[in-house]
Design a protein around this ligand. Structure first.
Ligand code: ATP
Length: 210
């Protein structure tokens, strides 16, 4: 059973940094699919700029033509803060026999110990960390210890067990951030070539970053 990649984020908006990372994970780690799960109520930040429905539509537009990509609205339907651990438990119920691979950028991984019930994440899923420009893997502290204990370089380990391993994977570095895109659009500039045209059209239509 091929692993299910789980890619959560605010996606405010989704861009080629997210998409290329997910695509490289899908291919290199031999995932059966990657599910993009837009965060409903992000516990770590204030309100989002585009609302939940707009962010969902942008993800949907971005992935429409890519086989193996799916958008999943479970965090948008659930009330309360969107905790990843709750999302993973519902996915585990749905896919009792498939490995789950939680995809995180290195910046997100470095903040993991502040996540709700973070010490239970590896009971339910593997964690796959994508290198992001300017961020380094921790070698000390609780996350350094976790990498020592659970880290693996072998992709096969993500297939032969359902959860519990950490794999750090180098991806093409695309220094694109949602924050910069929002600033650019707010300044009246065009975000073309930072994201699929279908996402840019959604931004135009909704004026969500104007
Ligand atoms: P913001 O600028 O609003 O903070 P962000 O793109 O960093 O946006 P999210 O949309 O929440 O934030 O990111 C979702 C996930 O994608 C996170 O795990 C983040 O580390 C990762 N990610 C974001 N941008 C990139 C990129 N350019 N390359 C690789 N991973 C990325």
């Amino acid at each position: 059973m091929m692993p299910v990649g789980v890619f959560g984020g605010t996606f405010d908006p989704i861009h080629y940094g997210h998409l290329r990372t997910a695509f490289e994970m899908l291919q290199a780690l031999r995932f059966g699919e990657v599910r993009f799960i837009p965060c409903g109520d992000p516990p770590h930040r204030g309100t989002t700029y585009a609302d939940a429905a707009q962010r969902y539509r942008m993800v949907e537009a971005a992935i429409r033509e890519q086989e193996g990509f799916a958008v999943d609205d479970r965090e948008l339907r659930r009330g309360g803060p969107s905790y990843t651990i709750d999302t993973l438990f519902t996915l585990r119920e749905e896919f009792p026999e498939r490995p789950l691979g939680l995809i995180l950028g290195m910046d997100a991984f470095l903040g993991l110990h502040s996540w709700h019930r973070w010490d239970e994440l590896l009971d339910v899923a593997h964690i796959v960390v994508a290198h992001r420009p300017g961020w380094k893997a921790p070698d000390i502290g609780p996350l350094g210890d976790l990498i020592t204990e659970c880290g693996t370089h072998r992709v096969d380990d993500l297939h032969t067990t359902l959860s519990g391993r950490i794999h750090i994977h180098a991806v093409t570095q695309l220094e694109i951030s949602s924050t910069e895109i929002r600033d650019l659009v707010a300044a009246g500039r065009d975000p073309r070539f930072l994201m699929p045209d279908a996402v840019r059209d959604e931004i135009d239509k909704s004026s969500c970053y104007a």
